[in-house]
Design a protein around this ligand. Structure first.
Ligand SMILES: [Zn+2]
Length: 373
């Protein structure tokens, strides 16, 4: 049976989410603690110390900023430039990039940075993506392996002392595990929050894909980074992070949101650059966990006080189950499979602990919304 947080609308089926004794989830608890506990002035001083150290050490670029061209990466670049850093921006080029994604990325580069748009052999990427979907029900595993691996590898190769990531998504869930909640991105963090279901490139080696084919997906170890003098840090540890604020600032510097409503979820300024991977990645959560991207976004809005829980539920009701037909069509064309084949692959990941058949239809047991079809 699914339990829902009484404050937001997230279910306990969500990975890393826990509903505490008072019926409120760890993400909500962590949010309400955030403003009270964190001394942001002290964190800002820590950032200035970090930058000072980097400046003393660097001989090429000061830092690598992994960027997609989205609002968060635009904001990261602006903050780095404000602090006098000379960044090399690095992008894992998504095979699903659209014109708006390219435009926003071009805009980001025009803020005044060097940039590498890293393209993986499309044949390798396609085969690996279909394989991870078949085996793990996720299109996003190759993407997450690559977008973490490429900047870290390049930092080592180019002798760049800092890789500056954005928000630490582990912060959302609170707790006191130093190995994942500090300023540093570690291998332990990647295993738990890297969205690869704990797998690494080595796990996906097969007769068809050698470790050399998968070079761009290999994460350096903590020791390799340390030996090379590379620190991987979250900017979100030093500065408070609010999606509306990063959007506003990025927009003032040329970032453009979608003009025809959100692609997935509630925000028209998030997940804008990708035509199918991210949308399908979020949609499969419906089968696996009984919720979608919309639920994450709305829960954040509830925590921020911009929506009530009832209003959020009304929005879910109105939106319906969000079958992403366009994204699925595009993925099937790219992967050279049919829609029935795709659905058959997805069906394997339907979670039978929460889904049951009623009158020939799949329904979620004890769903948040009564009378949902
Ligand atoms: Zn909650």
């Amino acid at each position: 049976m699914i339990k829902y947080c009484m404050h937001c609308i997230l279910p306990d089926t969500r990975p890393n989410l826990e509903i505490m004794e008072d019926g409120v989830c760890n993400a909500c608890h962590s949010w309400s603690d955030k403003g009270n506990v964190i001394d942001w002035d002290a964190r800002n001083d820590d950032l200035l110390d970090l930058i000072k150290g980097v400046k003393e050490q660097s001989t090429t670029w000061d830092c690598i900023i992994p960027v997609s061209g989205g609002k968060d990466s635009t904001w990261q670049v602006l903050k780095a430039l404000e602090h006098g850093l000379k960044p090399l921006c690095v992008t894992w080029r998504t095979p699903a990039r659209n014109a708006l994604g390219q435009k926003n990325l071009d805009n980001l580069v025009s803020l005044g940075v060097d940039h590498i748009d890293f393209t993986i052999n499309p044949d390798v990427e396609c085969r690996l993506t279909v394989e991870t979907f078949k085996e793990a029900g996720s299109l996003a595993i190759p993407m997450h392996m690559a977008l973490f691996a490429i900047p870290l590898q390049l930092a080592i190769k180019f002798n760049i002392p800092l890789v500056l990531w954005g928000e630490n998504s582990a912060m959302e869930y609170g707790g006191n595990d130093e190995s994942v909640l500090g300023f540093k991105m570690t291998r332990a963090w990647l295993s738990k929050y890297g969205v690869t279901q704990g797998t690494t490139a080595e796990d996906w080696v097969s007769d068809d894909l050698s470790i050399q084919d998968l070079s761009a997906y290999v994460w350096p170890s903590d020791k390799e980074l340390e030996d090379a003098g590379v620190t991987a840090a979250f900017l979100g540890w030093y500065l408070p992070w609010d999606p509306l604020e990063t959007f506003k600032v990025s927009q003032e510097h040329g970032f453009e949101a979608l003009s025809d409503g959100p692609k997935t979820g509630y925000y028209d300024f998030a997940d804008v650059d990708d035509e199918f991977i991210i949308t399908i990645h979020h949609w499969v959560k419906w089968y696996k966990f009984g919720f979608t991207r919309l639920w994450d976004n709305l829960s954040l809005e509830i925590r921020s006080g911009r929506l009530s829980r009832d209003e959020a539920i009304a929005i879910v009701k109105k939106t319906g189950d969000e079958y992403p037909q366009k994204a699925i069509d595009k993925f099937c064309t790219w992967a050279e499979i049919s829609e029935p084949q795709f659905l058959q692959m997805a069906e394997k990941f339907r979670n039978h602990d929460i889904w049951t058949k009623q009158d020939g239809n799949w329904v979620l047991k004890d769903f948040l919304i009564e009378g949902w079809f």
